[in-house]
Design a protein around this ligand. Sequence first.
Ligand SMILES: [Zn+2]
Ligand SMILES: [Zn+2]
Length: 443
Amino acid sequence: MQGDDRHTERTGQAEQTIACHECDAIHRVPAQLQRREVAHCACCHAELHHHQAANALERCLSLYLSAFILFIIANLFPFITLKLSAQENVSVLLSGPAALFAAGNVDIAALVLLCSIVFPLLTMLGALYLLIPAFFGIHAPATGAVFRLIHRLMPWSMLGIFMLGVIIAVVKLLDMAEIDFGIALAAFVVLLPIMVFAQQYFDSSLFWPPQRRVSGVEMQLRGRASHYRLLHCHTCSYLLRQRDHGEIQHCPRCGDHLHFRKPNSLARTKSLLVTGIMLFIPANLFPVMSVVYFGQDDPSTILGGVAHLVTAGMWPLGLIVFFASIMVPVSKFVAIIFLLHSVRRGSRWRPEDRTRLYRVIEVIGSWSMVDVFVIGLLTSLVQFGGLTTIHPEIGASFFAATVVVTMLATHSFDPRLMWDAMEERKKTGSSNPPISSRRYSHV
Ligand SMILES: [Zn+2]
Ligand SMILES: [Zn+2]
């Protein structure tokens, strides 16, 4: 159904005004889409709005409640038990950060703890804090602040990537020791799809009504939000007219700081990118992990770990680690350099594809965390005194910092600058190009 303009079929239906967060185009979209329907931006194809079932609140609440119970089980019961020569090592989810902390790697311990336990837990608790009162028709105190917190934490809540780390760690250990899977691992596996569905249902429409019109703008909006000096809230999608005297404005719904464009976007992205590249070099030169076998230390680098997996016949896993740890960071560096350069030149070359490229690097960036999780898991699982132990090396700290910094670099980049730069260069004199169609697709 992609590419259909069904707007005419729906005349008379309640509509809402949405500005595309990736290209700044303004759209009028039906407040209630049909089942499984998604509205996309006509300029850059970003998702604007998706169908919400009539009982979305109830479904979202039950999913988050189930996720919370499963998450508690996943944290309280044994996750994986490793048996080696009559010795047994039982691990719970917290064992990874605890072992990293004990090994003196406080930075990696904190990162693993935050991304695999603290942030997912805060996301669930925050969602329940808003959803339970909403179910009884009550607007929870500080709804905006909590909604904002959940929105900020979602990209850093990495349960799916952690699970991939578990699979890689387990396969690596299969030929070395006997492995028993605990009830916590089963709960974790069930939790993953539930969290995906819960996050799909969780959006601002559960707590605030659709925005029918923009206050202070009487005319029919067409073109880009910047033409009307409209500020766009990235957290709840609210549109607000910028005041004349240019003071800092906050979203009246969620309280977020509103900016015309992300502040100092290009300079911040550039400096974070340079930092990321500088960290990536020692991350690959120094070993990331050491296996101590009968007192013999065997350090390995990222590429060494990939080579070990491939030579041991585990080439699919080797490819995954190579893709996540080498290909993804390098592709992100190249893509961000290209996007920054295209803004500086005011490039008019395929803006839709460049915006799509930005979307891809935003999604795949966090997958590089998989190697950090694998190191954390192996450190906690393989602790057999004088027999065998695994501990992280300095390269792991550099690599973890690379992942965090490049994720921040992507978040700092404002894709709307590509469209701004293109428009400035065009200089046609017409400041109001019409955008007449929306696209709809079924999922
Ligand atoms: Zn767009
Ligand atoms: Zn807002």
